[in-house]
Design a protein around this ligand. Sequence first.
Ligand SMILES: Cc1cc2nc3c(=O)[nH]c(=O)nc-3n(C[C@H](O)[C@H](O)[C@H](O)COP(=O)(O)OP(=O)(O)OC[C@H]3O[C@@H](n4cnc5c(N)ncnc54)[C@H](O)[C@@H]3O)c2cc1C
Length: 476
Amino acid sequence: MALRTVEQYKASLRDGRAVFFRGEKVPDVTTHPVIGLAVEHASIDYRMAEDPQYRDLAVIKDGGSEYSRYFHIPQNGDDLLKRSALIAASTREGATLVVLIKEIGTDALLALHIIGERLAAAGRPEYRERIDKFHRHCRDNDLAVAVAQTDVKGDRSLGPTQQEHPDYYVRVVEERPDGVVVRGAKVHTSVSTNTNEVIVLPTRAMRAEDKAYAIAFAVPMNTPGLKMIASPHGGTKKNAFEHPISARHKMMETLTVFDDVFVPKDRIFLNGEIDFAGLLALTFVRFHRFTAVSYKLPLLELLAGAGYAIAEANGISRAGHVRDKLTHLAAYHTTVRGLIEHAARTCTYEDGVAVPNTLLTNVAKYHFAHNYHQGVQIVQDLAGGLLVTAPAEEDLKSEATREYVLKYMGGAKGFDAEKRLRLLNLISDLTSSDFGGYQEVLAVHAEGGLEAEKLQAYREYDFKTVASYARKLAGV
Ligand SMILES: Cc1cc2nc3c(=O)[nH]c(=O)nc-3n(C[C@H](O)[C@H](O)[C@H](O)COP(=O)(O)OP(=O)(O)OC[C@H]3O[C@@H](n4cnc5c(N)ncnc54)[C@H](O)[C@@H]3O)c2cc1C
């Protein structure tokens, strides 16, 4: 068991994987101008494990050996709180962008652990053994692991077998004595360009006719037939003055194609057990939305902090409407934080794993997602229109323009032009750039959309008890 260094992590990504960027195969993801940025961002995880400031939080000491906390199976609310704190701390290091190379993979491992126990109880112990072995492999080699759950899905109103072609959901096309061959594509797969493994999970419940689609497995990223078509979103070259966050931090998503990929038997975690497909999909989400809300906290801190700072710089801090808006941001952040902490403390213990309270997690995620655009609106309102009209870094440097920028871009006492522009650029990057747009779509869709969160909250809320209270008062 050993923790990897940043250099070992980077070296492990030079493995012949098939990543395509704007139609061209990428020879080395670590040196690519866009994907290389995502590799640097992901390196935060390995750097934190070596940093005395974070070591106790990021690393578990187990006898003589050490491993990343992400691979620790939470046993109680305290373990969940520490996991949440680590996710938030690394996202803070990532300037509000989640690192995700271990967070999402271990969400899937925790879900698989529970499903493995249930499959064993149903007479299929081989899956539990494979899952445990894979978990040890990832932990002991300190691996980065992506999760491909979301299928491309075609017509959303139709099931896998009803689609125009049979590959809109990933499926088994051939059973062999030593494994299976899978075909299909997953989409929006985060961090896949720069992880070592990808765990593939079903995205929905399956019916009897969908047996071939009830498949879960893991493969290394350089497996023959696995092709990643990277999204170019946010891939333009940026300077750190105008884009203090996104010039340094990036996450990649891919269309992840399984072009007849062979999966050996010991990497298959579900194959045809339709009753467990939906359960696995939902169990993953129970952990993954807890991760999501944990990594949203630094973003909400920054909305409130940037709103306060720019109000000061603009000299409007004392205005009534400004305090009202800042209070809204403070309440928004505090509500989400309170819900997620309470979700950890009121966890349930299921099949050897502490599971965060599902109702509170979904309400937290929904509250975050439903209110995010309004939070952005408040900060944009306080900042003013310079978010999209301010002079460039070059104007601040050029002899021809510098004196005008310095003379006219200043704000309240103590905020000269450069300081004010730096604050405005931070807010612009966060809310009005392609990165700002990415954060907005991430808020709405990532870890399942708004409707999925509402559905889960509806299912978990105890309507029976409150309705009987209502009926009692009504005399019904
Ligand atoms: C930045 C980003 C990162 C992501 N990372 C990952 C990742 O690492 N791994 C992964 O597996 N996934 C990932 N996702 C996927 C995410 O979970 C999905 O985007 C989300 O589940 C929504 O799916 P979709 O994008 O296909 O949208 P759709 O499902 O097409 O949703 C569009 C609209 O259609 C509605 N809708 C869908 N189906 C139905 C139906 N049957 N009936 C009525 N209405 C319906 C939805 O409610 C929504 O209003 C990521 C997404 C984003 C944006």
